[in-house]
Ligand binder design. Structure first.
Ligand SMILES: [Fe+2]
Length: 204
């Protein structure tokens, strides 16, 4: 049975001041909603797909399933990105302890995050990894990259479309610094609680 997605409502007022109306419209209204529409198109096509002709070089199912993963991750990563920002950038509570335990200090985490932000072609994800019960900064070059069994807590979009309008194509470093200064750590702590990651971590 197909399950169609509706776009999550994201409000510019909740996002940091550095994000302009134009950049928000391009990123949220055009790109993000475009991924939702394409994901739903794929679900409709999968309903009617010929399941008898599976083939790993080319088949209708192969191509649809490949792009389904691409669109599904694009949607989730963008939603996590927009929810990651709009705060004061000051880590507090549980996540401060975990960043300190797993990276040595919050400053060490931020240093590695900045380096990842300059090195990834698509995304930087702070994830809680279920396999070792630790936080990791992972990088993705394309939406469909990723590490399984790792829960994204903080997501940075470093595709050029995310920053060239507000920071210029050469402004990635300033953009990454601006992102860090506007992280919504209260949201990250809420995720840790909601997903009961403390229980998972103590059992790891
Ligand atoms: Fe994006």
């Amino acid at each position: 049975m197909k399950v169609l997605k509706a776009p999550q409502e994201i409000k510019l007022e909740k996002l940091p001041k550095w994000m302009s109306q134009k950049a928000f419209d391009e990123h949220y209204n055009v790109l993000y909603k475009g991924y939702v529409n394409k994901y739903n198109d794929i679900q409709e096509l999968l309903e009617k797909a010929d399941l008898s002709g599976g083939n790993a070089t080319y088949s209708q199912v192969r191509e649809l399933k490949r792009e389904e993963a691409f669109a599904a991750n694009a949607i989730r990563l963008h939603e996590a990105y927009f929810r990651s920002i709009g705060g004061d950038g000051q880590p507090s509570g549980k996540i401060t302890s975990w960043l300190t335990e797993d990276f040595g200090s919050v400053e060490n985490w931020a240093e590695q995050w900045r380096a990842c932000g300059m090195s990834a072609r698509g995304w930087v994800v702070l994830a809680y990894d279920m396999t070792d019960g630790r936080l990791h900064n992972y990088t993705l070059d394309i939406h469909s990259d990723g590490v399984w069994d790792a829960v994204p807590l903080l997501v940075l979009d470093v595709y050029e479309h995310a920053y060239y309008l507000d920071f210029a194509a050469s402004g990635r470093k300033t953009y990454v610094d601006s992102f860090i200064a506007s992280v919504d750590w209260a949201h990250v702590n809420k995720l840790v609680d909601h997903l009961e990651l403390e229980k998972a971590r103590s059992a790891a």
